[in-house]
Every structure is written in structure tokens, then in C-alpha cells.
Design a protein around this ligand. Structure first.
Ligand SMILES: *Cc1c(COP(=O)(O)O)cnc(C)c1O
Length: 369
């Protein structure tokens, strides 16, 4: 349900469809599509996006158990891969029909125990291989034990084998990426030759789909940031449609005279008379303090209004000296991908962080613009 807050993240479903189809067009007809909706769907709304896409995609993935339960609670029936299940959650994973990523022999043994206790047969799991990201995953030396454990029981079935590329967006790292792909192929073929069933394989995230379908499309891809209009480089981002538009409303307008200051720590001191507008969005909503003091900016009546002074927890003040505007006028805090990418650069981060930082206090509104 929406709160009464005027600050709203508008999510354009037509743009979501456009971006989805753009990535689909890069794939073979038979390739399955998994959409990653972790972290509230990259700051959008995992439940709303998943409901909207349920019939258009094959799989969903989330990072953690609770995110998977949230999808089940709104009636999502697609298979859901939990990327970071953790040992203490294995029972709940099964109770909610979620499919765990298994990344160590010890986690595998624990999961088999839980499946056995529940008298399950062939419960689907996914095995992740570490091919160079060094985050989660089996290494080559784990494989003999892995195969022997799996082949000794019938409680679980390996549904898929996967890996994750460390620098799929960076073509300077092409050699390393090709090495990762090779390593994955070797591990995969060893497993496939020794398991009773043939699991499907997947490796590519958004930039992977852009750069490596020829080498590593396999049977499925895992689309995340691209769905929301970010291609990880300017050229690709331009081909995608902008999904997010973060808007608010001017609360108050002030005239600041020479010598007066604005905001906490008196960080801004006027050297001439200026006009500021106070906007109800602050660092508690995801506007980084790094964007204060003229670094970040919003749009009012299509004109740029830089942030004045420090970003407060619940508000920012912006310079509207040259802008004809009134209290109650709309403020565009994040206009489109280019704006978000620029603000990300200016605060030394990436679009992913800006999006996922938009806090739950901000309303999400899905519309077809
Ligand atoms: C987050 C994530 C993805 C999606 O990555 P994008 O760059 O957003 O497309 C895919 N696979 C794994 C394992 C992930 O953690």
C-alpha cells in the first residue's frame, strides 16, 4: 500500500517490456530467461515486477530466503533460485518451494539431510562453480566428492549448473572471461558425464548477454540490471528504455540573502541572494550525502537545480534561483538512466547502488507511460 508521502518511484512497465524484448532478441528462441529480482527488484518492487513478468519469463532469482518468500506470498509460481540460501534456512527453502544455489559440499550434505528428513525425492537444486569471481562456488577439487555425494542418494536432483563472470562488462578482461567460461565448461562436462540426469547450464548476467552470447549462452541467462534500462556502457544503455523516474514535490521556497547559510553545518553560505526549494527526499531515502554541496542535481520544470549544502536525512535543498517554480511543483529527482549514471559517477559508485539505495519509504508506482 502507498503511504501519503509525495516522493514516488515511477516504474514504466512499457520500458520493462521493451528492455526484456531487447535482451530476448539477442538470444536463441530456446534459451530460458531468468530475471533476477533480488534487493527488491533492484530497488523497484520485486513482487510487482515478478507478478508482471511471471508469464513472460521462465525463472526468477533472489539473493536471500525472505525475498523468495515474498514472491511466493504474492502468488508467484515460477521456479525461484535462491542465490545465497545459507544453512540455517534450508528447511524454509523447501517449505516455500524455493530452489537453492548449493556452493559447497558441506552445504550440499546439509541440504540432503533436510530433504531426506522430509522424505523428498528429486528436489531441484543448482550447483554454482567458482571460476574466478572468488565469491561463492565449488572449485575443481571439490568435484569428485560432489559427484559421489549426489550419486549416492535420490533426495535431491541437480537441476542446473552455473557460474558467474567477474567482469562481463569489461572487454579489457576478455581473456580472463574466456578462461572463466572454459573452466565452467570443463567442470560442467565432468558433472554431466557422471550424473544420472543432464542439468541445464547458465552463466550470463546482463553484460554477459551483451558481450558473450556467442561463447556462453548455454541454456539460460540471468538478467538483472538490463531489465531496468542499464547496459553497463553508454552505447548499450542508449539502446534501452528508461524505467525509473523518481519524483517529488517542492515543500517550501526560501529566499537566501548574502551571508545567510543553508542546511546542517551551515555548509552553504550565500555570496549573493539566491532562491532555494526544499524537497522531501534525503539520505534516508537513498540520496547519498556525497551528492550534497552542488555535486548532485534534480530537475524542476526541465531545468537543472543543484543541491545546496548538505543532504539531510529527510530533505534536500536545491538552487532554483533561475527557475520559475512554486511550492507544490513537481521535482524530478532521477530523470532517466543518463541522469542516474551521471549521479552514480559523481558519487563514486555505480547505478546498481543508487537504485538499490532507494529506501522502502519511497512509494513505488508501476505505470504504462
Ligand atoms: C545479481 C546477479 C545477476 C544479475 O546481474 P546483472 O549484472 O544485474 O544482470 C546474475 N547472476 C548472479 C549470480 C547475480 O548475483
Amino acid at each position: 500500500m502507498e503511504n501519503n508521502h509525495v516522493t514516488v518511484l515511477n516504474i514504466d512497465l512499457n520500458a520493462i517490456d521493451f528492455n526484456l524484448n531487447y535482451f530476448k532478441s539477442k538470444l536463441k528462441k530456446t534459451t530460458k530467461l531468468l530475471v533476477v529480482v533480488k534487493a527488491f527488484g533492484y530497488g523497484s518492487s520485486a513482487t510487482k515486477i515478478a507478478k508482471y513478468l511471471a508469464k513472460k519469463v521462465d525463472y526468477f532469482a533472489v539473493a536471500y530466503l525472505d525475498e523468495g518468500i515474498a514472491l511466493r506470498d504474492v502468488g508467484i509460481e515460477n521456479p525461484i533460485l535462491v542465490l545465497h540460501p545459507q544453512k540455517q534456512n534450508l528447511e524454509k527453502i523447501i517449505e516455500n518451494c524455493l530452489e537453492p544455489n548449493i556452493y559447497t559440499n558441506s552445504l550440499l550434505n546439509s541440504f540432503i539431510e533436510v530433504a531426506k528428513a522430509k522424505n523428498l525425492t528429486n528436489y531441484p537444486i543448482h550447483l554454482k562453480f567458482n571460476t574466478g569471481l572468488n565469491r561463492l562456488g565449488f572449485t575443481k577439487t571439490d568435484i569428485p566428492e560432489l559427484i559421489s555425494t549426489i550419486n549416492k542418494q535420490q533426495h535431491i536432483k541437480v537441476s542446473s549448473l552455473f557460474s558467474h563472470i567477474a567482469a562481463s562488462e569489461d572487454l579489457n578482461e576478455r581473456d580472463f572471461t574466456l578462461q572463466q567460461i572454459d573452466l565452467f565448461k570443463h567442470s560442467s562436462s565432468e558433472l554431466i558425464s557422471k550424473l544420472k540426469n543432464i542439468p541445464f547450464q547458465h552463466m550470463l548476467n546482463t553484460s554477459g548477454i551483451i558481450n558473450y552470447t556467442e561463447e556462453a549462452e548455454f541454456d539460460m541467462v540471468r538478467l538483472g540490471i538490463g531489465l531496468y534500462g542499464f547496459g553497463n556502457n553508454e552505447k548499450e544503455t542508449k539502446r534501452l528504455k528508461s524505467v525509473f523516474r523518481l519524483t517529488s514535490v517542492i515543500s517550501q521556497i526560501h529566499t537566501i540573502k548574502e551571508g545567510e547559510t543553508v542546511g546542517y553545518n551551515r555548509a552553504f553560505k550565500a555570496t549573493k541572494t539566491i532562491k532555494t526549494a526544499t524537497i522531501p527526499i534525503g539520505h534516508a531515502d537513498g540520496i547519498s550525502r556525497q551528492l550534497g554541496n552542488g555535486i548532485g542535481y534534480v530537475f524542476i520544470n526541465n531545468q537543472i537545480a543543484p543541491i545546496v549544502g548538505n543532504v539531510c536525512m529527510d530533505m534536500i535543498m536545491v538552487d532554483v534561483s533561475e527557475i520559475n517554480c512554486n511550492e507544490g511543483d513537481e521535482v524530478v529527482v532521477y530523470k532517466n538512466q543518463q541522469h542516474i549514471v551521471d549521479l552514480a559517477k559523481k558519487s563514486n559508485t555505480i547505478s546498481y547502488e543508487l537504485l538499490t539505495a532507494i529506501s522502502q519509504r519511497v512509494n513505488r508506482r508501476l505505470t504504462k507511460f
